[in-house]
Design a protein around this ligand. Structure first.
Ligand SMILES: [Zn+2]
Ligand SMILES: [Zn+2]
Length: 250
């Protein structure tokens, strides 16, 4: 994938930097930036960020360096998406940034987070036609003020000059997935999502990139991929900022 950034966006960022200077502290550790930073990340954090170097070829689960192929769960799970990848392991530094972004209303973090997604996508050997996000239930989106995944997906779409589409809607408010097991998570997402009928014809035969902040068991990504596939999407790829590891119970 290759990207480009419009002149207008660069100008917009330039203006924002003047009026709202915020690129002063590392988003991960809070240290003052000294000019040797990249993407609002200090030199020290850049060297220690938990990039996933070796992963399950199907779901992107981090694997130890001596392992290759697919993870245990993927040996017995059928997914409706083609591939899932995550940039980082969900360790302390990453958790704290995601929490600040999602729950502390630090919306500006969408930019550095999506830049990390863009860096990954630029090297990932896939071709996509459009970008979509894991939707939130309307009431929840109102409470939070924004859909964190959608903001990321819109940034990614813009940088790669691709259309962003609200392809799937969340039509039922299911309980939070956080404390559920793999099996419970799969059941918890049944009938929760539905295709956006207005966009159905745009999805047909298209290769779609689905963006979310965290990948845990793949249950959510899979439920959405299933819906996109039933609307005749050609392929669904999943990209998340972080991959949380929960014990594989198989
Ligand atoms: Zn730092
Ligand atoms: Zn896997």
């Amino acid at each position: 994938m290759s990207g480009r950034k419009g002149k207008w966006n660069m100008f917009k960022e330039y203006l924002l930097d003047i009026f709202f200077p915020r690129h002063v502290k590392c988003i991960f550790c809070g240290e003052e930036l000294n000019g040797n930073d990249y993407n609002d990340t200090c030199e020290k954090c850049l060297l220690t960020l938990p990039y996933i170097k070796n992963c399950c070829l199907r779901c992107g689960e981090p694997l130890s360096a001596d392992k290759e192929g697919i993870c245990l769960r993927c040996t017995s799970t059928n997914y409706d998406f083609e591939l899932a990848r995550s940039v980082f392991e969900y360790t302390d530094k990453i958790i704290s940034v995601v929490h600040k972004y999602k729950y502390k209303n630090q919306k500006f973090l969408s930019e550095p987070i999506s830049n990390y997604l863009c860096d990954y996508l630029a090297k990932w050997d896939i071709k996509v036609d459009m970008v979509c996000a894991v939707p939130l239930f309307k009431k929840k989106e109102k409470e939070r003020g924004f859909n964190q995944a959608k903001l990321l997906a819109e940034n990614v779409a813009e940088k790669f000059d691709l259309p962003y589409v609200d392809a799937v809607l969340k039509v039922k408010d299911n309980p939070s997935q956080t404390t559920l097991s793999f099996k419970e998570r799969q059941e918890n997402v049944l009938d929760v999502y539905a295709i956006n009928e207005n966009l159905k014809k745009d999805i047909k035969d298209k290769s779609i990139l689905l963006i979310d902040d965290i990948y845990t068991t793949g249950a959510t990504a899979n439920a959405i991929a299933k819906i996109l596939k039933s609307a005749h999407a050609k392929a669904v790829y999943v990209l998340t900022f972080a991959h949380a590891i929960i014990k594989q119970e198989l």
